[in-house]
Design a protein around this ligand. Sequence first.
Ligand code: ASP
Ligand code: MG
Length: 471
Amino acid sequence: MQTLTMKFGGTSVGSPEAISNVAAIVGDALVPDNRVIVVVSAMSGVTDALLTSVREAASGNKWSYLSCAQKLRDRHEEAVNLLTSPGKDRDTVINEIGVLMKQHTELCQAVNILGEATPRILDAVVSFGERLSCRVVAAALRSHGVNAVACDATQFIVTDDRYGNASVQWADTEQRIREKLLPVLDSGIVPVITGFIGATRDGHATALGRGGSDYSGAIFAACSDSDELIIWTDVDGVMTTDPRIDRRARVLPYVSYQEVGELAFYGAKVLHPKTVQPILNRKIPLRVRNTFNPQHQGTLIGPNGQRSETVIKAVTSVRNVSLLTVSGKGMIGVPGIAGRTFLATAKMGGNILMISQASSEQNFCFVVLDDRAGEAKAAIEAELAAEIARQDVDGVEVLGDVAIVTTVGAGMQGTPGVAGRIFTVMGDNNVNVVAIAQGASECSISFVVDEDNLQKAVIALHDLALKAVAV
Ligand code: ASP
Ligand code: MG
C-alpha cells in the first residue's frame, strides 16, 4: 500500500479547466491500495485579492471589499457549476461558499469600523482563499467519482501565534494528523485539505507565510509517513536557471534536498524554502510536476547529493537587495560586533541573505532586501553608537542596485577549482564581483554583483550548468 500526498498550487486550481486536470490526476493515482492526501492552494490571485480587501476595509473603502467578495463568490460558484452536475452536492457546496464569503464580509466590516486590521484578522481573512478552493476541488473530485471530503487544516496543524508566519508545533500536529486524518484515509476517503493555514491551540487561524502551501504539503506528507510528496505546479520541474533570464533553461531530473533548499532560498520560485524541512529526516521523496503537462516526469528531489560532471547544476539570482558593510579599524579582535549587528538586524525584522567577512576583520558585509536596508542601517548604528563615537567603527555603508548570484551543485566545496572557474568566468565576462560567500551546506557559492551585470553573470554561469545536464 502506498500513501501519496499531492499538493496543487494556485494556477493548478486556478480555473475550472485546471481543476478538471487535478481531478484526472488524482483519479489516476487512486489505483487499488493507494491512499491519496490532497493539499490545495487558493485559486491563483485570490490570496492577494483577500489581502487587498482587508487593507482597503481598514482604510475605509467599503466598496472595494464588497466588490472583492462578490467577485470571489462568482468565481468559485462558476467553477462549481462547471465542474459538478445539478443536485444536492452542488447546492451544499454553493451554500458553503456563500457562508464563507458572508464571514469574509463581516470580518471586513469589523475592520472597516475599527479602521485597522490586526495580524490575527489578516490571517483569518486570508484563510478564506484555501477554504474556498478546497471545497470546490473536493466537489470536482466527487463528480469525477472520487470519494473526497474538504477539510480545513486548522483542525490538524497546530501553530504558535506569530500571525502571518506561524511556526508549527510538531508534536501536537503529528498527533492530530495521526488521530484525525489517518482514519479518514483508512476508510477510503480522499481528504482535500487547505494549504497555507493552521491554527493556534485556541483555534485562531494562522498563515504559514506566503507560498506556504508547499510547506503544508510537506507537513502532511511527513506526519502521515507518505511514500512520496508530489508538488503539482505550472512548470515541468526545477530548472537549471530562470527561463526568463536564459531561455536555454532545462528541467533537472534530480536534485537533492540540500540543493533545492539553496535554490529556493536564493530566488528559484518553484518551492517554498521550508518545504524540505519536514521531510528531510524521514527521507520522503519529493517530486515537482506540471499539472498542465502530466506526461512529464518532473524533477525528483531526494536525500542523496549526486555530483554531476561539472559540479554546478543550477544558477539562481535575487534582485532588489542591498549590501551593508560595517567597517572600522577598531573592530580587529573585538568580539561581539558582528553578533550585535546581526541581532540588531534581526530585531527590526531584516532577513539576512548572505554574509561575508575578509580575514583582516576590518570589515564585514551582508545582504538584506532593499526595503529593509535603510532601517537596518539605522538599527545597527544605534546598536553600535558607542563604538562609532569612539571611532572604533566607522559606520554602516549601504550599497543598493546589487544582486546575489548563486551557483548550486552537490560537492561544490569539496571540489578544488570550482570557485576558481566561477570567478574566472566572471572575469572573462567583465563582471565585477563585490562580495563572496560559500554556503555552509557545501553545495552553493553565492556572490554579489551590480544589478546591471546580473543577466550577463547568470547566462555565463548557466553555460557551465547546461554542460552538466547534457552528461
Ligand atoms: N495562497 C497562498 C499564497 O498565495 C499560499 C500558497 O499558494 O502557497 O501565498
Ligand atoms: Mg507556490
